[in-house]
Write a protein that binds this ligand. Structure first.
Ligand code: HEC
Length: 108
């Protein structure tokens, strides 16, 4: 009886862990840039629609020829559009991750 309950608990923990991981974008079937975008950016950005932040199409207009500017913004955003809230920065992203992210974003 106890053993059975313990086993069931273990199974529940395993399931919850799996769900949390997939919710955090640890899906290995996506290209790395798309996985990062889903993990960090889709909460606020869509490809063509305004959400919390401007659409990806607008990022392309601003940064298509300025990858360094893009990197700087994502790590430490400034303040531009007064009809939007401020963006939170992602200083923890590595050069490699930002490159993957840029590859995905500028392909849209
Ligand atoms: C919590 C919401 C939120 C998240 C998450 C978020 N952004 Fe933003 N983003 C914003 C807002 C709001 C603005 C507009 C800020 C402004 O113009 O002052 C913005 C603006 C931008 C811009 C335009 C900057 C410019 O100079 O015009 C880029 C590029 C951008 N975000 C990239 C990203 C990327 C890449 C991610 C994921 C790593 C991300 N954002 C995650 C809210 C967010």
């Amino acid at each position: 009886m106890m053993a059975e309950r313990t086993a069931r608990h273990g199974e529940m923990v395993r399931q919850a862990t799996l769900e949390a991981q997939s919710g955090m974008g640890v899906q290995s079937d996506l290209p790395p840039g798309e996985a990062l975008f889903k993990q960090y950016c889709t909460v606020c950005h869509r490809i063509t629609e305004r959400l919390v932040g401007p659409p990806v199409t607008e990022m392309i207009e601003v940064y298509a020829d300025d990858f360094n500017g893009f990197k700087q913004w994502v790590r430490k955003p400034g303040r531009k559009r007064m009809d939007y809230p401020a963006m939170t920065g992602f200083p923890q992203l590595t050069d490699e991750e930002l490159k993957d992210l840029g590859n995905y974003i500028f392909e849209q």
